[in-house]
Write a protein that binds this ligand. Structure first.
Ligand SMILES: Nc1ncnc2c1ncn2[C@@H]1O[C@H](COP(=O)(O)OP(=O)(O)O)[C@@H](O)[C@H]1O
Ligand SMILES: CC(=O)OP(=O)(O)O
Ligand SMILES: [Mg+2]
Length: 420
């Protein structure tokens, strides 16, 4: 691998593979190793009625395509992950008017376990270790790893970098990572890991530009997307998170239940005779906003509905965030700022307002007009605790890591050659 300085056509591909979607971004790497977004998009509803879209950095549509959903044989099956990678690599080739050369692919990998706390070049050994973590993130990890394998087949020899959602939380003190379980179980890696770390890392890096006091002090970041979690940061380092051993813990999510009395699991198994797979389906795919409302996992759809079940689901979502905020503020010993980010956090003014009202006792005083305008600061100037809206960018975090690692590698190779 070489990273020729001076070429204006080197590019990095970033992939975020989910259970039913493949999101991507492409960055041009300039001669000064600065990243410039060329395109971003996704293929959603894989395995059903797949839909591809791509936009340039100005938000203008570069391409769109739809595939038919399931149809009786002998019609071809719906587009899956493998077809999506083929389509995407072909689409990039076709749209490569400027002679762009891919120099690497960065991936979001949800679980890095205990031993991987920094981005790493993918090797067969790393891949097999990451495979062993699949049971800890069944909704995400298999798809992350499949994308890595498919790229290795389709674009052999291209360096791939795995960036872990768990890594940012490795700085948290031992006590915040521990469950009250016997050491024989803890030794097997049963502990709190925390997720959404690539998003929190982006916010931690951006925060000083918004609020120097919060960046040096005690901040809780609320990543409220389809998956949702909160992270307590002391001086921009993670000290606690609402997510634990798996990404089903903590807040109410799109279709995940969040924290649950473990006694419920025993009841489901003993009394309702549910096996592990049925419990997994219930907790990950049939609960949360979707399960409570019976309508949708999508906050936009629920916000537009007058159905009392939709209202109840949003109330529970907000209530649990309020309680978790109290817990994380306690872990920090006080609170200087809160930051809203991800789909719901960035776009839903009513949800932000409800959370800020629940946080009034912590000193949050909402500026209604600023909140409706989308921020960035949505608390009054006199508010004891500041409230911000900061858009996250997990893809840029991955691209930065990928570039740093590839450059470091090239530096190492040059050094070896000089001393050979
Ligand atoms: N304007 C909006 N109002 C309310 N919710 C919104 C709005 N825009 C996006 N969302 C919600 O954001 C969530 C998706 O967040 P996102 O961070 O994109 O998720 P993910 O990356 O985990 O798939 C969905 O629940 C969606 O309804
Ligand atoms: C970790 C996690 O919940 O990720 P996502 O928000 O992409 O589902
Ligand atoms: Mg997300």
């Amino acid at each position: 691998m070489s990273l020729p300085h001076g070429s204006s056509h080197d590019a990095l591909l970033v992939l975020n593979a989910g259970s039913s979607s493949l999101k991507f971004s492409v960055y041009r790497v300039d001669a000064d190793e600065q990243l410039h977004l060329l395109a971003s998009g996704g293929i959603e509803e894989l395995g059903a009625a797949a839909h591809f879209w791509a936009k340039n950095s100005r938000g203008e549509l570069l391409g769109e395509q739809r595939w038919p959903g399931r149809a009786p044989a002998p019609a071809p099956g719906p587009l899956g992950h493998s077809g999506a990678i083929d389509f995407l690599t072909e689409w990039l080739r076709e749209h490569n008017g400027g002679g762009m050369r891919l120099i690497g692919v960065g991936h979001r990998v949800v679980h890095g376990g205990l031993s991987h706390s920094a981005p790493e070049l993918v090797t067969p050994e790393l891949l097999s270790y990451l495979q062993s973590l699949v049971p800890l993130a069944p909704l995400h990890q298999p798809h992350n790893l499949l994308a890595i394998r498919l790229i290795a087949q389709r674009l052999p020899g291209l360096p791939q970098v795995a960036c872990f959602d768990t890594a940012f939380h490795r700085t948290a003190p031992g006590v915040s990572q521990a469950f009250a379980l016997p050491p024989t179980i803890t030794a097997k890696g049963v502990r709190r890991y925390g997720f959404h770390g690539l998003s929190y890392e982006y916010i931690a890096r951006a925060l000083p530009d918004y609020d120097a006091q919060a960046a040096a002090g005690r901040t809780v970041v609320l990543h409220l997307g389809n998956g949702a979690s909160m992270c307590a940061m002391q001086a921009c380092k993670s000290v606690a998170s609402s997510m634990g051993f798996t990404a089903v813990d903590g807040l109410v999510m799109g279709s995940r239940c969040g924290s649950l009395d473990p006694g419920v699991l025993l009841y489901l198994m003993d009394e309702l005779k549910m096996d592990a797979r049925a419990v997994e389906r219930l907790l990950y795919k049939e609960s949360g906003l979707l399960g409570v409302s019976g309508i949708s996992s999508d906050m936009r759809a629920l916000s537009e509905s007058q159905d009392p079940r939709a209202i109840e689901a949003i109330e529970l979502f907000v209530y649990r965030i309020g309680r978790e905020l109290g817990s994380l503020a306690a872990a920090l010993g006080g609170l200087d700022a809160i930051v809203f980010t991800a789909g719901i956090g960035e776009h839903s003014a009513p949800v932000r307002a409800a959370i800020c009202r629940a946080a009034a006792w912590l000193g949050v005083e909402l500026d209604e007009a600023a909140n409706l305008a989308g921020g960035p600061r949505i608390s009054t100037t006199g508010s004891r605790c500041a409230a911000w809206v900061i858009p996250t960018n997990e893809e840029l975090t991955i691209a930065r890591h990928c570039l740093a690692l590839l450059s470091q590698q090239e530096e190492g190779t040059r050094h070896e050659q000089q001393h050979a």
